[in-house]
Design a protein around this ligand. Structure first.
Ligand code: 2E7
Ligand code: F3S
Length: 322
């Protein structure tokens, strides 16, 4: 990889929901002291989770592992109603770090259910966001993961059917599945805007712009991160070799052999410090320049929950992650 150039996708890395979720945990620790319990990984990133563990967060899946009176944070992916009810019943001091764009889907699902709707959810089975959204209802929500699944579901009626989606899907795959849903259920109600969020859309668009300009796309993200996996898929679908790495030491020198242009991006849960370390590693391996491609500028910012706003907990310095 002599004299190679690094091209950075834009936008990449942290979205507004991740920024907010991490800040909620940091502020909760600052305000209430350690430990703070977090249900599920706050975001799907190994570095972020380890960093917060060192600062006093304890990550659990089961609320039975949280002691009475503890402070508990729900992860950015959201929780089923049953978890919300259990946390309330056990009397925890709860802060909800569910991304507001996921909460919006939850509200919409509850509203349409009151109007008598049944749902088709497009998403990945077992993902916490899907469990959270499906768990807003006691049933009547049918999961579809791929086009073939559309023929396998059996709604009780077809007059009032609505589609909801996971926020981090492949935009193109979701469009294909939606079309199949529409073909089978012509009067299905679709979201006004897709439930796929702005950050997912923008990061996939940025990879579509990047891929044809490079010989290889490196995605920084953890294996559990849905949106990061989708970025690698988008690059591969366009015919560009692509790998996802959790940290710079996973970079394999042989991937770089004969490559003149290396594309680099990061999932919505991957901190910028990891991208900077990958750039350092690529320089050690022979990259000589770095250029950021043009892309949409993101200005979305979500407010913190009541009780953790500025001034409530003193300043928390997140600069190590940015
Ligand atoms: C919450 C939601 O933590 P992530 O890697 O999550 P995914 O859903 O991509 O596995 O990324 C941030 C995030 C994205 N969506 C958090 Cl609902
Ligand atoms: Fe929210 Fe989308 Fe980020 S759903 S957490 S803004 S990837």
């Amino acid at each position: 990889m002599a004299e190679a150039e690094i091209l950075l996708a834009a936008p990449r890395g942290f979205c507004a929901g991740v920024d907010r979720a991490i800040e909620i945990v940091e502020r909760a620790i600052a305000k209430f002291g350690r430990p703070i319990y977090v249900r599920h990984e706050i975001v799907h990133n190994t570095y972020v989770v380890n960093d917060l563990k060192e600062k006093g967060a304890i990550f659990i899946e089961d609320l039975a592992d949280v002691p009475p009176g503890a402070t508990l944070v729900f992860s950015a992916h959201g929780v089923p109603k049953s978890v919300e009810r259990e946390a309330e019943a056990r009397g925890f001091n709860v802060f909800d770090a569910t991304c507001p764009l996921v909460s919006k889907v939850h509200v919409e699902v509850a509203k349409l259910r009151k109007e008598g709707y049944e749902f088709i959810m497009i998403g990945h089975k077992g993902h916490p966001e899907v469990e959270g959204t499906m768990g807003q209802l006691d049933g009547g929500i049918h999961l579809v993961e791929e086009v073939a699944d559309v023929q396998r579901i059996h709604p009780e009626q077809t007059e009032k059917l609505a589609v909801v989606t996971q926020t981090t899907l492949s935009v193109d795959d979701a469009a294909e599945i939606s079309a199949a849903v529409k073909a089978r259920f012509p009067n299905v109600r679709e979201p006004k805007q897709q439930d796929i969020c702005y950050a997912t859309q923008n990061r996939q668009d940025a990879v579509k712009f990047l891929s044809p300009q490079v010989d290889l796309v490196i995605v920084v993200g953890s294996p559990t991160s849905s949106n990061s996996n989708r970025l690698r898929e988008v690059a591969r679908k366009l015919g560009t070799e692509s790998y996802m790495i959790d940290s710079a030491d996973e970079l394999k020198p042989e991937w770089l052999e004969g490559k003149a242009r290396i594309g680099l991006t990061a999932g919505a849960s991957a901190p910028d410090i990891l991208v900077r370390r990958v750039i350092e590693r690529l320089r050690e391996l022979g990259a000589v320049s770095v250029r950021t491609l043009d892309g949409i500028e993101e200005t979305v910012k979500f407010p913190l929950p009541k009780g953790l706003k500025l001034g409530d907990a003193g300043e928390v310095n997140l600069s190590h992650l940015r």
